[in-house]
Write a protein that binds this ligand. Structure first.
Ligand code: GTR
Length: 360
């Protein structure tokens, strides 16, 4: 099937006319980005907490013989201060000892604090000449309706407010704080900073990249509903499904769109477009129909005109919908539809790393 046939059945808002007036230049799109960000925060994710007045980072422990002494492992505690108040979370890094001239630095928000982990093949990442910082997302705040624990207690004082941050916005805030720290390090290369996350943490990765231009590569793995997939006409998980099971990921205002996708004044390609002209890497999987690889592809291709404004290729693709296996690595965005199920695999990592290394 052709992309245009698929889109002709969906009433998708034009990202180049997000508030009616047609945008024709990159400068105009830059100027409208804050209003799109506001819209997405008001209607979907809630307001990402502000940058703190200051952060401080303390080393808890380190191991210079990590990965056969090829790398140094460090565990840190980050404290974010707002006036007299503060909140904290731990995070980790594994940094190769032989630092290549151009080294991708990943921030991986993960489902575990185990390093290595099935979703973080740490030794391979190091051997590939990359550094990786890891946040275990539930060290920031738990993955449930409890907004009294971790950083949520300070950052979301009134969960009942219509635009209160959901947990995705709070996890995203934590990634930004780790980037604040990375910026102070000698290894920081502004052209080589990547964020990676899988599934709900892929949604978190995309939100972070959309709001933080320090993220040059957003590796959005199997993120699907309310992440990188178009909500209109979506197969698998709908807004109704996700807001019923995971209401705490979003702001309360989002619930009104359950079964009312057509009433959204945006769709998920608005979120992806905020990353332009930086790189979005979308990983999808054939068996991950709950995420909907076809709608993930549609959302990314709908950002083509935005990338074009910046003189960028965006995703290089044909006019057809993807058929597995599909690997599209040649543009300024990346998409793959691989065999297999919902997972952040070594192959996924290797594909993202290869793409990034070719561009730094
Ligand atoms: C599912 C959820 C998806 C996805 C996934 C995950 O249960 O419905 O949106 O985020 O969890 O995070 O593993």
């Amino acid at each position: 099937m052709k992309i245009c046939e698929r889109l002709s059945t969906l009433n998708v808002p034009d990202v180049l006319a997000p508030f009616g007036k047609k945008i024709t230049t990159a400068a105009e799109f830059d100027a409208v980005k804050p209003a799109i960000q506001k819209l997405l925060q008001e209607e979907e994710y809630g307001f990402i907490p502000n940058k703190p007045d200051s952060i401080s980072v303390e080393v808890i422990n380190s191991d210079s013989k990590f990965c056969a002494a090829k790398a140094t492992f460090t565990k840190y505690k980050l404290t974010a201060k707002y006036g007299e108040e503060s909140t904290e979370f731990v995070f980790y890094s594994v940094i190769p000892k032989a630092i290549p001239e151009k080294m991708p630095v990943f921030v991986h928000i993960n489902f575990s604090d185990a390093i290595p982990h099935k979703y973080q093949p740490t030794e391979e990442i190091i051997d590939n000449g990359c550094a990786v910082f890891t946040i275990y997302y539930q060290d920031v705040s738990t993955d449930n309706n409890d907004f009294e624990n971790g950083c949520a207690k300070l950052l979301c004082p009134d969960r009942s407010a219509p635009h209160a941050p959901g947990k995705i916005a709070i996890w995203s805030w934590a990634i930004m704080r780790v980037i604040d720290y990375i910026e102070t390090l000698d290894i920081y290369n502004p052209d080589a900073l990547a964020v990676i996350g899988h599934s709900r943490l892929g949604k978190t990765t995309l939100l972070t990249a959309a709001f933080d231009s320090r993220v040059k590569f957003a590796c959005v793995n199997n993120s699907g509903a309310s992440g990188d997939a178009l909500s209109r006409g979506k197969g698998g998980e709908s807004i109704k499904d996700i807001t019923k099971k995971f209401p705490f990921w979003f702001c309360p205002e989002y619930f009104k769109y359950a079964d009312k996708e057509d009433e959204l004044p945006f769709d998920q390609h608005f979120l992806i477009s905020l990353v332009a002209p930086r790189h979005v890497l979308t990983g999808t999987a054939k068996e991950d129909t709950w995420a909907d690889p076809q709608n993930q592809y549609l959302a990314l291709t709908l950002t083509d005109p935005v990338y074009a404004l910046y003189g960028s290729n965006g995703l290089i693709h044909t006019e057809n919908m993807p058929i597995c296996p599909e690997y599209l690595p040649d543009g300024d965005c990346y998409y793959h539809l691989r065999e297999g199920s919902h997972y952040l695999s070594r192959d996924d990592w290797n594909n993202y790393i290869k793409y990034i290394k070719a561009r730094i």
